[in-house]
Design a protein around this ligand. Sequence first.
Ligand code: PNW
Length: 464
Amino acid sequence: MTTFPKNFLWGTATAAYQVEGAVAEDGRGPSIWDTFSHTPGLVANGDAGDVACDHYHRLEEDLDILARLGVGAYRFSISWPRVRPGGRGPVNRPGLDFYSRLVDGLLARDIAPVATLYHWDLPQELEDAGGWPHRDTALRFAEYAGLMGEAIGDRVHTWITLNEPWCSAYLGYASGVHAPARSEPAAALAAVHHLNLGHGLAVQALRAVVAPTARMSVTLNLHHVRGVSEADADVVRKADGLSNRAFLGPMLEGAYPRDLIADTASVTDWSFVLDGDEATANQPLDVLGVNYYNPTLVRRWEGDGSRETADGHQDGAGSPWIACEDVEFVRQPGPYTEMGWNIDESGLTELLLRLHRDYPDTPTMITENGAAFDDVLGGDGRIRDERRVDYLHRHLTAVAEAIAGGADVRGYFVWSLMDNFEWAHGYAKRFGIVHVDRDTMERTWKDSAHWYHDVVSTGSLPVG
Ligand code: PNW
């Protein structure tokens, strides 16, 4: 039987724009995702987060679901434009009150609040002023962090500054498949830097005001990059630099990797990195958050540079892989989830062991892992999502293997607590262990939720 450490943190995760709804209530301002979703053609089926899971109005019900699941922690995100509508200027009290009630509701149920400050919903006004490519956004982010620290910092267990800055920078500003839908590679690399800087400044701002026991973290969607053959080592290095070390370098080592600077020299001279910035980004972290869905497979591309990449992004202009014209992203063998992502948990074990080797003093935590599958309804109303159960079981086994291999892994959060707004895919892709009826908003436990309840209550995986 696979058993996890005694104090292992078991949880589920969501993000504000994906679940809250109530986008124009109680003083919330617009974010770049409101703008994106309301631009025709950008989100599948014309979906938007206006209602999402109506979590804003169903807070107590959702807290009760968490309590019944038996999780020890809940990872949620705070909507910046709900608490400070313009990103600067006046603070919105009702917004702060909502998160205060959320935190108190968790604590009353013995669930540790894990708060993400930025899960992609930048106040539109800050984007209009330049967005993440603009240095001021990092400074505003630190102010917002301090504001939240003052408001709920006495009660939050773990702070996560950013969720997946890779997505914010490269999907938002290079490929443009996420908000704010810009395709400007040089701006995307400036965004990388201002996200790193904003992270460091936010940790400083939080530490100055929150409880001394509060833990500091950031969540990265690290890519476990593999080459097709030994001959592909250099393109593996390049993809790893752009996707992983572009964040790990400044945040955990205090410097951008030299090879990344060289690889991207035709796009930018990195002059937006000012003296002292890398040291600022490099704040001591109590735990590193890792989101893992699948590995990445590459080989050297010898062709003409225009091709469809394995993740569906067109190469060249509109690719998140800046200056990677010589890297081919290879479609991996199945099985696949509904996202078209291959299922391969071995990458998670290898990634956790690599992080342990490179950063032995920084524990890790899986802040997201999960899968989109279509619902299989049993005649009895049961939602038989055994493929999701299998996916979660495999990945938890992979985490246990990494722990057995010496990695200091402190927790695991299923993405997601409930079916929600899956960004550019809208509501069609369902990641929840709890089903949400799009018409009635009724919540129904899937088999995976019952399974996860057993896992978190025993701290071990059921046999078979
Ligand atoms: C993450 N990619 O997003 C996010 O943190 C969640 O909000 C999201 O719902 C979840 O994973 C499932 O997608 C990603 O294209 C979106 O590589 C896209 C990518 C990676 C992560």
